[in-house]
Design a protein around this ligand. Structure first.
Ligand SMILES: [Zn+2]
Ligand SMILES: [Zn+2]
Length: 350
């Protein structure tokens, strides 16, 4: 019997790391290889980034996940099979799959080019199985073409950290001086965009994190310090990537009159109360939710022109739990990326 025969007695299987709820650990599972349905692509995953949102998922901090679920929404993969009705994606083509996995196209938000706010949106690695696996299915309309010759591990963080950071900056409006709170996967990419645009930026890390502050200076930060410090000048915008609600009033104190605090994460700890006078003078606070396909197209066109270089730490797919633990503990510089077997997966690390 040919082991690769589909649908026979020995169908081909693929490895997926699955979250079933409850205890915060992913379990490896062998799943039968699916066929792509109408409008879908079946992808062979080359790399999948690990995002803080995945951590919020396994920590039970996000409402209504569709369980069991394969996390992962920074998927770089090659088209293995094309479902009926898909045009523009040939087998072998490299594509990226982001967090926004499906929208209705007809609700009031979709009709106003705010598909990121779609009432019925579904998200990759949350309500749709994601990329912590050897194979993944995706709706072709939400996939982005990616450069064929780039390193897939280096591309993966662009698909969420990169483009959510980009949207966070967009929502800040016109700026000359920016503060980045939390200097991890998103901020290290956005720093390169800011430098490319000639926008001065200051980086705030956990107090005493000299390594992260040094990393920020390497990437062009005019100043880097602890989040308990004030920057050397008032900020036009403070962009928050650390999931720490207490940073909201801290950042409000650092922004200039008319300035904005933009919260880039999907979840934050409770925001403590604060005196009105730090919001006074037309300061504002807003959040970023998800992305639109326009954000993705714009950012993925911009990234190679800068060019954005991502700092990554690859982990074998089966080490997903360790990658999440390292992210939780703040042991990462840059972004963790999972690599399935057979794609130059890194050797077991100590
Ligand atoms: Zn909609
Ligand atoms: Zn993400």
């Amino acid at each position: 019997m040919n082991a690769r025969a589909r649908g026979g007695a020995a169908p081909e299987h693929y490895l997926a790391m699955v979250f079933r709820g409850g205890e915060a650990a992913l379990r490896p599972e062998l799943r039968p290889l699916p066929r792509p349905g109408s409008g879908e692509l079946l992808l062979r995953v080359e790399a999948c980034g690990v995002c803080r949102t995945d951590l919020h998922l396994v920590d039970g901090e996000l409402p209504d996940p569709v369980l069991p679920v394969v996390p992962g929404h920074e998927i770089v993969g090659r088209v293995e099979a094309v479902g009926p009705g898909v045009t523009g994606f040939e087998p072998g083509r490299r594509v990226g799959v982001p967090w926004l996995g499906w929208t209705c196209g007809s609700c009031r938000h979709c009709r106003r080019e705010r598909e990121n706010l779609c009432d019925r949106a579904r998200f990759t690695g949350y309500q749709i199985d994601g990329g912590y696996a050897e194979m993944a299915l995706a709706d072709a309309r939400y996939c982005f073409p990616l450069p064929e010759d780039a390193d897939p591990v280096a591309l993966a963080p662009l698909l969420c950290a990169g483009l959510i950071g980009y949207r966070t900056l967009r929502l800040a409006g016109p700026v000359n001086v920016v503060g980045l709170y939390g200097f991890g996967a998103a901020a290290h990419i956005l720093a390169q965009v800011l430098r490319h645009r000639g926008v001065r930026f200051h980086a705030f890390t956990r107090p005493g994190d000299a390594e992260a502050q040094g990393f920020a200076r390497e990437l062009g930060a005019a100043w880097a310090g602890g989040s308990d410090e004030l920057p050397p000048e008032p900020l036009d915008a403070a962009l928050l990537f650390a999931p720490v609600g207490a940073l909201v009033p801290t950042a409000l104190r650092a922004v200039d009159k008319g300035g904005v605090v933009v919260c880039g994460g999907i979840h934050m700890s409770e925001i403590p109360s604060f005196p009105y006078r730090i919001l006074w003078e037309e300061r504002s606070i807003r959040s970023v939710a998800n992305l639109t396909r326009r954000d993705g197209r714009e950012f993925l066109a911009l990234a190679p022109r800068i060019p954005v270089r991502t700092e990554t730490r690859p982990y074998p797919l089966t080490e997903a739990n360790r990658a999440l633990a390292d992210l939780r503990a703040g042991r990462l510089r840059g972004a963790a990326v999972l690599v399935p077997p057979g794609h130059g997966a890194p050797a077991e690390r100590g």
